[in-house]
Design a protein around this ligand. Structure first.
Ligand SMILES: Cc1cc2nc3c(=O)[nH]c(=O)nc-3n(C[C@H](O)[C@H](O)[C@H](O)COP(=O)(O)OP(=O)(O)OC[C@H]3O[C@@H](n4cnc5c(N)ncnc54)[C@H](O)[C@@H]3O)c2cc1C
Length: 335
């Protein structure tokens, strides 16, 4: 279905009210292919949208927004150790997690309650509590926006990195993810090393994926604003990775700086710590703000424009650079 001059307000969790020139929804791959072949729309800029939970619209989108509504979850095969589950791009990610956990298919539970769709999971390589989508994705099916060809790539060809993949680089705005196949464990392989989750799990008699999901939902609800009440897109910035020398310099002034060695004398620093140290908790800029309980989350205080939120993010980037010498990179995609 194609709509003209369509408001995206309900399609982005910041709740920014901008219009798309065209908004195309489809359930069947055939319909997408016919649309791609229609000459009238061929030269227009195109983006794919899921739940808009990692997007910031700063202006009217003068092209086609494509909104996949492919549903369906299928157990395609199984081995002694694994289930291979194929899911449609339009399924809400947390509904998929709930379904897997109910069936005792192990592996998605740590990613409970992350907003968004199945189709975005390989694009973003979503992650939380020690697990990333790359750990459970087997393969990704997509349709190319140029010719409408159907392709399938394996996990290793997705070039997964921290919140990054081939779909945000070589294939950015060139394809539509249609289905994702996940490789989930039959045997229990729990990942509960995160302190907050470990502590919460002490309240449960048994440690299994059902209780891990419950614990994660409880912890996340206590930390993050509900997008239905406060417009936001989760973490606005990525956690920066710095080298040994810069870390040593920062620690001279701020000895308590939290850091995790990741590889070859490279250290990851929580962006929330840096923003907090620059006194941004609860800070306001026009109709945008910094969430007072978690400074990594920028919020729409009501009727903010995308531009106002972008300006706030730049104020934060400038200050963190001045104080720590670290250039914060956005996790949220700006359109
Ligand atoms: C409160 C809150 C908490 C969050 N917590 C986390 C967290 O813990 N961990 C985490 O990793 N993320 C988190 N996020 C960010 C967000 O949930 C993820 O990035 C999610 O994967 C985005 O899914 P989406 O469907 O909303 O994608 P969108 O925001 O609509 O799109 C994101 C990108 O993916 C592309 N895309 C989407 N669907 C497709 C498709 N079918 N084919 C091709 N490209 C596509 C878009 O073009 C865009 O570039 C959080 C967000 C919020 C609001």
């Amino acid at each position: 279905m194609l709509s003209f001059n369509y408001s995206l307000k309900k399609h982005n969790t910041f709740g920014i009210d901008v219009n798309a020139k065209y908004f195309f929804t489809f359930q069947l791959i055939n319909d997408l292919q016919s649309f791609i072949k229609n000459k009238k729309y061929q030269n227009l800029q195109k983006i794919v949208i899921g739940e808009g939970s990692n997007l910031l619209f700063t202006k009217k989108f003068d092209g086609v927004v494509i909104y996949p509504q492919i549903k369906g979850i299928e157990l395609v095969r199984q081995t002694d150790d694994f289930y291979f589950i194929r899911a449609g791009a339009g399924i809400i990610w947390d509904n998929f997690v709930e379904y897997c956990v109910k069936n005792n298919w192990q592996g998605t539970e740590n990613l409970s309650l992350i907003p968004g769709t199945v189709g975005a999971t390989p694009v973003q390589n979503i992650g939380a509590y020690g697990i990333e989508a790359k750990d459970i994705i087997h393969s990704v099916e997509y349709v190319s926006l140029e010719k409408g060809e159907i392709c399938k790539i394996s996990n290793k060809d997705c070039k997964f990195e921290y919140r990054n993949s081939i779909f945000k680089n070589e294939l950015k705005d060139k394809i539509v993810v249609t289905n994702v196949t996940y490789k989930l464990n039959k045997k229990q392989l729990l990942n509960i090393d995160y302190k907050g989750i470990k502590d919460e799990l002490n309240n449960y008699k048994e440690i299994n994926i059902q209780n891990i999901r419950k614990a994660i939902i409880k912890v996340r609800n206590s930390k993050l604003p509900d997008v239905k009440e406060i417009g936001n897109a989760g973490s606005f910035f990525k956690n920066p990775v710095i080298d040994k020398n810069l870390l040593a310099k920062i620690k001279e002034k701020y000895p308590e700086t939290p850091n995790f060695e990741i590889a070859n004398s490279k250290y990851k620093i929580p962006a929330a710590y840096l923003i907090d140290k620059c006194n941004f908790k609860g800070y306001r800029h026009k109709n945008a703000g910094v969430f007072e309980h978690q400074p990594l989350v920028l919020i729409n205080r009501g009727n903010a424009t995308g531009q106002e939120i972008l300006e706030l993010s730049e104020i934060i980037q400038t200050k963190v650079k001045q104080v720590f010498g670290i250039a914060l990179e956005r996790e949220v995609i700006v359109e």
